[in-house]
Design a protein around this ligand. Structure first.
Ligand SMILES: CC(C)(COP(=O)(O)OP(=O)(O)OC[C@H]1O[C@@H](n2cnc3c(N)ncnc32)[C@H](O)[C@@H]1OP(=O)(O)O)[C@@H](O)C(=O)NCCC(=O)NCCS
Length: 148
């Protein structure tokens, strides 16, 4: 898929839908183009597995190209959102907001009462985005992790 640029990007409507299994590579390409921070699960196999699993792997499509993504999951206790990403050519037209709204709708159907998004403090646009879509920073919390 060519994600190199589109002069008419802002004129074209977008569609939010579930990601298809065969789009795992296109999703990885989108993440690279969007500049998401690399993670241990940035592999085709891991992406295929999340698409096949219970999480909602949502994408935004414009002219048959993947231009946005969000993973919305429920672990049985909390809802979590990962990998919000919009291709640079398609930003500030409400795609990120629409992805979060669709993710919230899916999580609400599962009875989720609290949704968390991990956001890197060093990215002011990410802080501005999550604040804009109605999320608050929880003071006093740090993230513990281990890659087993
Ligand atoms: C963050 C990101 C997903 C936003 O996607 P988007 O489709 O441009 O977001 P939207 O158009 O829905 O923006 C919704 C609101 O968020 C805020 N916002 C979004 N991008 C912003 C920016 N760069 N600076 C300041 N505020 C911003 C604005 O309030 C915006 O509303 P407005 O355009 O009416 O002012 C996109 O910039 C991106 O992919 N960034 C790189 C990847 C990344 O950092 N992901 C977040 C990791 S947690």
């Amino acid at each position: 898929m060519d994600l190199s640029g589109n002069a008419n990007a802002h004129a074209d409507p977008f569609l939010i839908r579930e990601c298809h299994l065969e789009e795992a590579e296109a999703l990885l390409t989108l993440w690279h183009a969007a500049g998401t921070s690399p993670s241990v699960t940035d592999t085709i196999t891991d992406i295929q597995s999340v698409i096949e699993g219970p999480a909602s792997v949502l994408v935004a499509e414009v002219n048959k190209q993947l231009v946005g993504s969000l993973i919305a999951t429920f672990d049985g206790w909390r809802g979590n959102m990962y990998r919000i990403a919009v291709h640079p050519d398609y930003r500030r037209r409400g795609i990120g907001r629409a992805l979060v709204a669709e993710g919230e709708k899916r999580l609400a159907k599962l009875g989720v009462k609290r949704i968390t998004a991990l956001v890197e403090e060093k990215y002011p646009w990410a802080i501005a985005f999550w604040s804009s879509v109605g999320y608050e920073i929880e003071p006093g919390i740090v993230r513990f992790f281990r890659n087993p």
